[in-house]
Write a protein that binds this ligand. Structure first.
Ligand code: TXA
Ligand code: MG
Length: 322
């Protein structure tokens, strides 16, 4: 499998150059960001972008996020950069925030899923930064998982889902944030959250005098997502052990991910004392439960504040109860 190990703080220039050349030549390169691993292709190369959709088995009407090295990249893909977008970019980039703006005509409709808008972000990871700088083309990159599966937070997750369909996987170890970027429509005068993520609603409110519009669904939220090959059951706070025991009593092989250790007879997938810890290990835990061969993974709910909102959004989808 084409995996190149790179330092997460000081990536080897030759490896980055090789990855950048692959992107420039229409290839697919999986690379780490602070949120999850992305499956990258030249965003302006229709054939290359089509390969992303094919590798992921992604519905054609689910648009991609275009990654650029810095805020100057906004003008390369966006037709109109609003004052709100400038302000949010200034405050949050590089970082886990994606801005939706009207698209320039050079961005092919395969990248935007046929929409007149484009999603763009500057990731906060030295490997992604080096790659984007060296590639000198905007890079479309969805999460590097098979469509519908939990997102990848390690190179191994990418290899497990996409293996030979990727030309190169840059492996810089696990991702820090663990849930994807917050997607915000920045075409108006106040941010509209399309997907909860690494930049919290509270943070966005602080940057915009409290004005954040309610969630409007992004195209991606229509589809089945984040689901491992076992049932996921959300337990109310404090009740995970009891819910796990009840599932066991019904004859299921059960795993648990909660703020307390698993009771006897239940596979402990992880102990996450707070929402941030849960976020960074969440997708790995979903895949670990699947690897452990259990029937059910019981996950304890967290309060919907801060990063807890993004975590609960992903958990509801994993459980199939959004
Ligand atoms: O953290 C992230 O955002 C990761 C890393 C790799 O950057 N990428 C990621 O991409 O999560 P993906 O494709 O898995 O999710 C992109 C989301 C989808 O829900 C998609 O529908 C939405 O962004 N999106 C993309 N373009 C859009 C647009 N023009 N308008 C509205 N939503 C858009
Ligand atoms: Mg995704």
């Amino acid at each position: 499998m084409p995996i190149a190990r790179v330092s997460s703080t000081d990536p080897d220039p030759d490896t980055i150059a090789r990855a950048a050349e692959l992107l420039r030549g229409g290839g697919l390169v999986a690379f780490p960001t602070e949120t999850v691993y992305g499956l990258g292709a030249n965003a302006l190369d229709e054939a290359a972008v089509r390969r992303i959709f094919a590798a992921k088995r992604r519905p054609a009407d689910n648009p991609l996020i275009v990654h650029v090295p810095d805020a100057d990249g906004l003008d390369v893909v966006a037709a109109e950069v609003t004052p709100l977008a400038r302000r949010l970019a200034e405050r949050w980039w590089p970082g886990p925030l994606t801005l939706v703006l009207s698209a320039r005509p050079e961005v092919p409709s395969v990248t935007t899923g046929g929409l007149a808008s484009v999603a763009v972000r500057v990731p906060d990871h030295p490997v992604a930064a080096a790659l984007l700088k060296r590639a000198r083309v905007p890079v479309a990159a969805p999460s590097a998982n098979r469509s519908g599966r939990p997102s990848p937070t390690t190179a191994q997750h990418v290899a497990d889902d996409l293996g030979d369909e990727v030309d190169l996987i840059l492996d810089a170890g696990p991702c820090r944030v663990g849930v994807e970027s917050t997607v915000v429509d920045a075409r108006g005068s106040e941010p509209v959250i399309l997907r909860e993520g690494g930049v919290t609603r509270e943070d966005l409110g602080l940057a915009t005098n409290g004005s954040v519009r309610d969630l409007a669904a992004s195209p991606g939220t229509r589809f089945r997502h984040y689901q491992p090959d076992c049932r996921v059951v959300l337990a109310p706070r404090g009740e995970a052990p009891a819910v796990a025991q009840a599932e066991r009593a019904r004859g299921a092989v059960v795993a648990m991910l909660a703020s307390v250790p698993a009771p006897p007879g239940v596979v402990e997938i992880g102990v996450a004392p707070d929402a941030q810890t849960l976020a960074s290990g969440l997708y790995d835990a979903l895949r670990a439960a699947e690897d452990a061969g259990v029937d059910v993974l019981v996950v304890e709910a967290v309060s919907e504040v801060g990063i807890g909102r993004a975590v609960m959004d992903r958990l509801r989808r994993a459980a199939g109860t959004p």
